[in-house]
Design a protein. Sequence first.
Length: 188
Amino acid sequence: MKFYWNLFFAFFKIGLFTFGGGWAMISIIKREIVEKFRWISETDFLDLLALAQSMPGILAVNIATVIGTKLRGLKGSIVAAAGTILPSFAIILIIAIYLTPDAIKNNRLLSRVFMGIRPAVVALIIAPVITTARSAGITWKTVIIPIAVALLIYSKIPIISNPIIYIATGALFGYILHCRSLMKGGKR
């Protein structure tokens, strides 16, 4: 039972103190789950992150769900997801009850607070990109691939800017490399 409380409060804390969406949460989740509690390895974390990204829905909830499932099955996934969702739900509920969009927009203090949060959110998004790139084995020689893909997606050219193409292409190349290593007598 203690484990479930720890899992819930770890994700509750992550959900409570993270602004900027799923990518901003990644470094905090990694710090809690991989470094602090040591529930999973960094390699497992990257694999679960890739799985969570491929699932439809909100990245923060997806990563909580897959980590919870890895740790304790269905019960773990429910506990971790609830911990992630509950703080946002409560905050949004309070805002909906007490503040209208005009009240927020016209409140200089709140506007300045959110203006101050923006640079921190950018840093929270950039940090996991860098650590994920390092952990995924991206080097100065291979960094051109994610940069090129990002630029192609950003181009807004309909066929070229579709991220599904790059996910499918990456999966296909990964499968081909796996098959080649099996043919050469490598590990599965």
